[in-house]
Design a protein around this ligand. Sequence first.
Ligand code: PMP
Length: 359
Amino acid sequence: MQMPFPSDLRGEEMMKTFVRETILNLKGYETKNTPYVYKLDANEGKTLFFSDQATSEREDFNRYPDNEATVLCEVMGKFLGVPTENIVAGNGSSEMIELIMKTFIDTGDGVLSFTPSFSMYEVFTNIYSGRFFSVPSRRDFSLDVDALIAKANEIKPKVILLCNPNNPTGAFLTEAEIKKVIEETNAIIVVDEAYIEFSDGSFVNQVNQYENVIVLRTVSKAFGLASIRLGFMVANKEVINIIKKVKPPYNLNSLSQKYGIEALQKTEKMSRYVLEIKQEREKLYQEMKKLNIEVYPSQANFLFFKSTLVDLAERLQEKGILIRQFSGDLAWYYRVTIGEKEENSAFLNGVKEMVSHAS
Ligand code: PMP
């Protein structure tokens, strides 16, 4: 068995082991926030549009946004209870996943995850010419950490992606399970917490305990802000500094920074919404069970289920109700997002109708 990773590799040594050589020698784009009277250093133009808006609500549209999204990261840091220096912001957690591949994955390097999980893990791995491996979930779609560790020690991936709670199944890894993966493998461990607010606990406060752990967060789900494309990476300072070298200059536009700051200062609203969704999730879960549908426990804002009702998704679609349908190994499996009460009732009534016609 390999030595537990965090205790045997530190800082620079860790970087040399996992970061692509090209990236190690890279000098990132640097920006300065020097006070000015005349700003003539960045080839910016004059605002021709939106200039008739009231000054108080006007952005400096002609200026590049803050490259480091400093205020936004400060506000996010407060929300998470993590120092600002441990955070990078970008265009959704999608950009963060891609930045991880860009930083660590050279041709042929291994990436390991569970299956089913978020499909983009494999897509991004392929884009960067890595080799993607996955460990199947158990029959009940719970996640087998021991099988993952065994596979990791066989194929030695550079990156292990843990989606927690897992999309599309809603399965949840406990803190102890995540720690086990960290301690018994030798890789960069990414915990994708896109749906974490709907669950029982985050790993984000642990990042400074490890050299090799990255947590991803997004405002696309619990904060209901998918359109502003805002996501975060939280990790120890060494990882963050390398990622900052790789990220494109000014990757996060000023409007997303502004709305993100606003939303992250109103987290009570989010908490209330999450509570409602959790209640609706439990209600829908119980109702679906009553209909003898094979529905799985979920810690996210969706339910994963199996149904042999013929053309379920198509027939719901005829009523204007969209759910996610899977194929291949997951034929007959579906995922429904927990929406507003009215939306959930419409879905349930649609299914009830089909069940009554089928029996
Ligand atoms: N991770 C997971 C597990 C997801 O389900 C999604 C969105 N479906 C993302 C990341 C990407 O989210 P975003 O880019 O909107 O932050």
